[in-house]
Ligand binder design. Structure first.
Ligand SMILES: [Zn+2]
Length: 735
């Protein structure tokens, strides 16, 4: 039982009610299995790990648990997390008790919940937890509500995505209410715990029950006194590792990696309460605070509610890079499943009808799925003249008739607009891309209105949004979208993220060179150095597979885009380009399979996808091959050998939920054939004992899996060529 329907109804009838919205006694008891380290691996079979809210050992205790992580709350004399455990490892995640949130309202700071008096912040025993006291100044816990998870915004599913993904992610929600005594202001702390993955989402809302406008100056939505990653007595300048927990927010920007994109909001700080730590100067960064480092400084009208960003917390159950990556990539598939959309896309070089029609026709011929009117093509999304919009609608209608989606490019940051519309940075700071319009400016209001209108009018289904909002501050006081410096980042992020959520809700695919996945984007660069696409062709092939190998530690194959310049890009001349395509079919083929066999889409940029019938057949052949194996190719990856131009390189795709459990793709960059045995670890295919492996369309062979979960696979790959092996269990063979 996940939660009682009666309780849910009460919660529904009295939203934000003061008092007990639910009763501890009516919650189910924690299943015994949630107290024991699981026997099965959630990365192979997540089905046993259903999330729920349970009653604790005492009448004033509740537990949020899915059998993978377990967060225990004491409810009196105030509510606080008194234990947060990693059930998989059997280890504690936290050392001590902290407030559930911090808020600063109208200049006054409040600790929301929390308990005081822990004698030692190295660990928290149950006896100590019983003796903790409430801070008389802290807002008091008033009640909780248990419910279902809700979608953060709609996801309109209009194109191929991974089979079996669900939205919203199945799980349980818990809202805990607090009131500022005598003020009419209520703070709710929200948790969502998901089924089948040790990940939770946390955010806060502030409700203004007064009859005046109030201002939320600052907030901290998650605080964890986490168990330190490592201890060192001395400090010599070497950075300390932070605790073994992944944390990110949906207010991420300014980076191609999650860590860089979250530096403004995810902070690992030293813990002044942890006086017994080994670090002599108490410098261990083991106190997590999830908080915007500027603002939000948002005003709330009487009766209104402010909502914070969402923080996603994923405690790792291993120190292994591959396993951590698999966990993180599973989290993205769970909390942002649109990242599994992965259309084959062509960047058409020119936007006149003849060029676009040819691109659409060629895409349809070879099985590509999307045409993008690229930068420098003449396409102008800001042209809102009715005749232009009507022309673009004709483009989209023609494309739709051929089963092709069409979209276009727009540049936002890095432009200079003038007329008082640019961001005004604080003294000594520069915009991230040297110039940028402020998203709270008059110009930005018009720009976004044009974009909304363009998608409403034309039926275009993709936006490639270059130079998205990178987090620039703005001290201007004349911009209508923000009051001044303190609210400038929050206000700009809301403009861009609201627009991206609109796109996702309307089936518009987002390709954004920044980390906007959690607000609706599907793709960011896999690893991108623009000038590398001007290198000689053979070097580009190795860079391609290196970028994908490196990029897929943290991104699923479908989350990163690559690049294939069919015509000259930024230089390099004839040696760097594929055109004329027919003359370089060998290289074109290597670029096709180096991306497609990794499950990765590139932007194929040029005036045409083929110039002769044999080039057309070559492209169509690889697209057909990709689509035949699409489900496994777009599944997760286990890293094999990284490309280095000195030997074969390879990658393993895994998915224990498919009949085809795995696929090894092997590439030979050498000018001679290579014959050798490679050791492939099949653990994440879920297969044990034996595996049935088949090279290309050849005869299946049965391999014994050794005690290290490996098979020794003989491979023979011709010069500058590739091959693949599909992997399944015995049961598939007999079918
Ligand atoms: Zn501004």
């Amino acid at each position: 039982m996940r939660y009682s329907p009666i309780l849910a109804v009460i919660g529904l009838l009295i939203p934000g009610a003061i008092g007990q919205a639910t009763d501890v006694a009516e919650l189910p008891r924690l299943p015994a299995s949630h107290l024991q380290q699981p026997r099965t691996d959630w990365l192979i079979d997540p089905s046993p790990f259903e999330a729920g809210v349970y009653r604790g050992d005492r009448t004033d205790e509740i537990i949020l648990s899915n059998g993978l992580i377990r967060r225990r709350f004491r409810l009196s004399p105030n509510a606080a997390t008194i234990a947060f455990d990693n059930v998989v490892t059997g280890q504690a995640i936290i050392r001590g008790v902290e407030p559930e949130a911090l808020v600063e309202i109208d200049g006054a700071s409040y600790e929301v919940g929390g308990l005081k008096g822990q004698p030692d912040y190295a660990f928290l025993t149950p006896e100590w937890a019983d003796s903790l006291e409430a801070d008389p100044k802290a807002p008091r816990f008033t009640g909780f509500t248990v419910g279902e998870t809700k979608e953060r915004f709609p996801w309109k599913r209009v194109r191929h995505h991974a089979p079996g993904v669900k939205w919203p992610p199945p799980g349980v929600s818990l809202r805990m209410d607090y009131s500022l005594p005598g003020s009419g202001i209520r703070v709710a702390v929200h948790y969502e715990l998901y089924d089948g993955i040790p990940a939770l989402c946390k955010w806060i809302t502030v409700n203004n029950g007064t009859n005046r406008v109030i201002t939320v100056n600052r907030f901290t939505s998650e605080i964890l006194a986490a168990v330190e990653y490592a201890t060192a007595v001395e400090f010599t300048g070497l950075a300390y590792r932070t605790p073994n927990i992944h944390v990110e927010t949906d207010m991420a920007f300014g980076g191609f990696t999650q860590a860089n994109a979250n530096i403004r909001n995810v902070h690992w700080e030293t813990d002044p309460d942890y006086k017994t730590q080994v670090s002599y100067r108490r410098l261990n960064p083991c106190l997590l605070k999830v908080s915007p480092d500027l603002g939000p400084d948002q005003r709330i009208e009487p009766g209104g509610t402010f909502e914070s960003f969402r923080a996603f917390v994923l405690p790792y159950d291993s120190y292994d890079r591959e396993r951590q990556g698999l966990a993180l990539r599973r989290m993205y598939r769970t909390v942002a499943p649109w990242v599994t959309e992965n259309p084959l896309m062509m960047h058409v070089r020119w936007s006149d009808w003849k060029s676009v029609k040819r691109a659409i026709d060629q895409c349809a011929d070879v099985g590509f799925e999307m045409v993008i009117l690229t930068f420098g093509s003449g396409f102008d999304i800001e042209n809102d003249r009715p005749d232009y919009l009507a022309k673009m609608k004709r483009y989209a209608d023609y494309a739709a008739g051929k089963g092709i989606e069409i979209g276009g490019y727009s540049l936002l940051a890095s432009r200079t607009i003038g007329g008082g519309n640019n961001v005004v940075m604080p003294a000594g700071k520069k915009p991230r891309f040297n110039h940028s319009p402020c998203l709270g400016s008059v110009w930005a209001k018009t720009y976004f209105a044009k974009l909304y209108n363009f998608f409403e009018q034309t039926g275009f289904r993709l936006l490639e949004h270059d130079g998205s909002y990178p987090g620039d501050e703005c001290i201007a006081t004349t911009h209508p979208g923000h009051r001044g410096h303190a609210d400038s980042r929050w206000a700009q992020w809301r403009v861009i993220s609201d627009f991206y959520k609109y796109c996702r809700a309307h089936g518009v695919y987002l390709n954004v060179p920044d980390y906007y996945y959690l607000t609706g984007s599907s793709k960011c660069g896999m690893g991108y150095r623009e000038s590398n696409w001007s290198l000689p062709r053979a070097q580009q092939v190795i860079h391609t597979r290196q970028n994908i190998y490196d990029g897929t530690w943290e991104k699923t194959p479908s989350m990163g885009w690559m690049f294939v310049p069919l015509t000259e890009y930024h230089g390099g001349g004839a040696a760097a380009t594929i055109e004329p395509l027919d003359e370089h079919r060998d290289h074109y083929e290597r670029m096709l399979y180096s991306n497609l066999a990794m499950g990765v889409q590139a932007a194929y940029r040029g005036p045409r996808l083929y110039d002769t019938s044999r080039t057309r057949d070559l492209v169509a052949q690889w697209v057909t091959w990709f689509k035949k194996h699409r489900d496994i190719l777009e599944s997760d990856v286990v890293h094999g050998r990284r490309a280095d131009g000195r030997d074969i390189d390879w990658m393993l795709h895994v998915n224990p939920n498919l009949a085809q459990r795995g696929m090894v793709v092997v590439f030979n960059p050498l000018r001679r054939a290579v014959k050798k045995k490679i050791r492939v670890n099949l653990y994440y295919t879920g297969l044990t004992e034996t595996a049935v492996i088949r090279e290309q369309e050849g005869e299946p062979k049965t391999y014994v899996i050794n005690r290290r979960d490996e098979v020794e696979l003989p491979v023979e790959v011709g010069p500058e060529s590739m091959t693949w092996f599909t992997i399944s269990g015995q049961e598939s063979r007999s079918r």
